[in-house]
Design a protein around this ligand. Structure first.
Ligand code: MIC
Ligand code: SF4
Length: 642
């Protein structure tokens, strides 16, 4: 078996390990973060689950830390109190970005981790099977419920050789994205194998696993070996180590070969992470802002290399350099060893350990800016400045670029960039608040601020679904398009009515108004609809606006699950050319859809009443998904079957 099959097999609750079939697995650990967490805990409470049944569940507060009004602070208090009551550890703001802290302090090789954040796969860096999902699925897992997924194919990414000077782990994953595209990983797990794996430290592996999310992959996983053991030992967690690897004769559905020694510094250009070229070829474009940080690239090792490059130099006068170390642990160590002073000395603006600019929580660049960033997504408008272009690179490229003011190949540096992994990380978990002991739950009062509004529940599926095409969209629409997030909107993650005024506005500003005037309708989209963030809001808000179905060429994994969980029909065209026959404003219907779905028909008729045409659309559902669609979502379905 390969490693993915081994971990799946050890956690399998139902189904067979045959790619494409539905399986369910036991979840050992969960994580939530605050911008998806408030909703996940509201849903968790609505399910009436008492104490979590996982081995460990952690609620992080790392996204909405810019407190420009009472909303975020209120949500923090809600999360901290709800966590304390229900057996969940709470990582307070300032402790760091969820994925990095989970890797440093809680992740365990061979465990399953389900997180309400699409970059949960970062845990694959220490051999976890770590999967991102919608908040509702995580809430179910916290209650001890199984996690249902399509059994993935397993791609072996075989690494050979060793990275050349100033070429980084980030360049490996950018190379994978260049080759496979943002759709290339859908339905697959990326398993890293080969001699080259040993040359990569745990944080480097985590960078690669993290950004595997941009491939649309179910997750990415590395073996757990002596490098993992040294990392866990240095975190004071030697007891958490287990060696894990694929069998020598393991089989893979596909193999991708990468010779590390042939790689060069790469950059993903606006507005897609797979729009990759070499730094050399893109050339010395003028840069206005550099952001170094995020869950992809803010480990101790990353930050030390950056400090080394900045030491004794000054940031280019026309560049704003912002640095956000990934965790309190990293920031503390930089402060103690003087690296922080080197960064400050060079003119860097230091941010707290949180997501920050990556999700548009502050530091939005100026009009038409070029911003070079080390995070994982450069989707249109995500930085908070729609006219800005975001370029994704390694820390090395970003740091030298901040000095020169133009995109610069770090191989031109003349510095020793080797950073030894610390033998001992500085461990201080005092910002992690434990839950009350079992039996003491009643002593905790869950505090809810006025910004917390009820969330919409789906309705039973009608006999016939009909409505106008409110919006026709192209390929690769992200959840950042569907439900934009920035410093102005993130504080409203527990206020769906407010968010509904911004739904799909990056595609068409008039959409919310039109959807409300029509009382709902249908959406038509191209391939890979809903890629990116796991935010369930990208389903809840359309539900609130009366969207009943989305007809697309294909869907991204997490968003498709979120639609079904909320009772919205995600149908795909049997013949993709039919997409071209539909225009925005056409009246569509899915006649007798309830009866057909109840009768387990997978092929449905999509009637275009305007053009007097009929198309075949597909909705393959498992029994459980069928139940959710008929009842109007997972919560209704769970209640109906309680
Ligand atoms: C992201 O990177 O897009 C986020 C913000 O972390 C999201 C979660 C969210 O929308 O709150 C994700 O990756 O799932
Ligand atoms: Fe936070 Fe950005 Fe990572 Fe999402 S991708 S978890 S916003 S740092």
């Amino acid at each position: 078996m390969n490693l993915t099959q081994k971990i799946l097999n050890a956690h399998l609750l139902s189904g067979r390990l045959i790619p494409g079939e539905e399986i369910s697995i036991r979840i050992d650990q969960t994580l939530t973060q605050d911008s998806t967490g408030t909703m996940a805990y509201l849903q968790f409470e609505a399910m009436g689950i008492g104490r979590v049944k996982t081995k460990k569940s952690v609620a992080y507060i790392d996204h909405n830390t810019l407190q420009t009004g009472f909303e975020n602070a209120d949500d923090h208090q809600y999360i901290q109190t709800v966590a304390k009551k229900h057996g969940i550890y709470c990582s307070k703001p300032g402790n760091g970005i969820c994925h990095q802290v989970q890797l440093e302090r809680f992740g365990i090789p061979g465990y399953t981790l389900l997180g309400s954040d699409s970059h949960t796969p970062t845990g694959g860096g220490i051999g976890m099977l770590a999967i991102g999902a919608g908040g509702l699925d995580v809430a179910v897992a916290m209650g001890g419920g199984a996690y249902f997924l399509t059994c993935p194919k397993v791609v072996g990414i075989r690494l050979t050789g060793k990275l050349p000077y100033a070429v980084a782990a980030k360049d490996i994953i950018l190379e994978v994205l260049r080759r496979l595209s943002v759709k290339g990983g859908v339905g697959k797990v990326m398993e890293y194998i080969g001699e080259g794996v040993k040359t990569l430290t745990v944080p480097e592996r985590a960078t690669i696993a993290n950004m595997g999310a941009e491939l649309g992959a179910t997750t990415s996983v590395f073996p757990s070996d002596e490098v993992t053991e040294a990392f866990l030992k240095a975190q004071g967690r030697a007891k958490d180590f287990t060696p894990l690897a694929a069998d020598a004769d393991a089989e893979y559905d596909e193999i991708v070969d990468i010779d590390l020694s042939e790689l060069v510094p790469l950059v993903a250009q606006p507005h897609m992470p797979d729009n990759v070229d070499t730094v050399e070829h893109v050339g010395p474009i003028k840069v206005d802002q550099v952001f170094i940080g995020s869950c992809t690239n803010s480990s101790y090792q990353d930050m030390m290399r950056v400090a080394r490059i900045l030491k004794g130099k000054t940031v280019h006068p026309e560049v704003s350099l912002v640095i956000g170390p990934g965790s309190k642990q990293v920031l503390t160590m930089l402060a103690r060893n003087g690296a922080l002073a080197d960064m400050l000395g060079a003119g860097a603006r230091i941010l707290e350990s949180a997501c920050g600019p990556c999700i548009g929580m502050g530091q939005s660049p100026k009009t038409n800016a070029v911003s070079v960033r080390t995070n994982n997504r450069n989707f249109y408008a995500r930085s908070g400045t729609a006219s800005a272009g975001i370029y994704l690179t390694s820390c090395e490229t970003a740091a030298i670029t901040a000095l020169t003011g133009v995109l610069t190949d770090p191989r031109t540096l003349d510095l020793d960039l080797t950073v030894e992994q610390p033998k001992e990380f500085e461990v201080n978990d005092n910002l992690v608040i434990p839950p009350v002991a079992e039996g003491m739950e009643d002593t905790v009062e869950v505090v809810r601020g006025p910004n917390i509004k009820p969330f919409p529940l789906g309705k039973k599926l009608e006999d016939t679904v009909s409505g106008k095409v409110l919006l026709k969209m192209e390929d690769n629409i992200t959840t950042d398009h569907i439900m934009p997030s920035n410093a102005k909107l993130l504080p409203f993650r527990s206020n769906i009515p407010h968010l509904s005024n911004f739904c799909l506005t990056p595609v068409d500003e008039t959409f919310p108004e039109r959807a409300k005037a029509e009382g709902g309708g249908l959406l038509v989209a191209g391939a890979n609809y809903g890629q990116g963030s796991s935010r369930e809001h990208a389903a809840l808000v359309p539900l609130y606006l009366g969207i009943r179905a989305v007809a697309a060429k294909s869907f991204a994994r997490i968003h498709q699950a979120n639609l079904i969980n909320n009772g919205i029909l995600p149908v795909t065209f049997e013949n993709e050319a039919d997409y071209d026959r539909i225009d925005q404003g056409d009246a569509l219907s899915l006649p007798d859809v309830r009866e057909k779905i109840a009768a387990k028909q997978e092929k449905l008729i999509l009637r275009n009443e305007t053009k007097k045409e009929e198309y075949t659309v597909l909705l393959p559902l498992t029994d459980r998904q069928r139940g959710m669609i008929l009842e109007g979502g997972l919560i209704n379905y769970t209640r109906a079957n309680a």
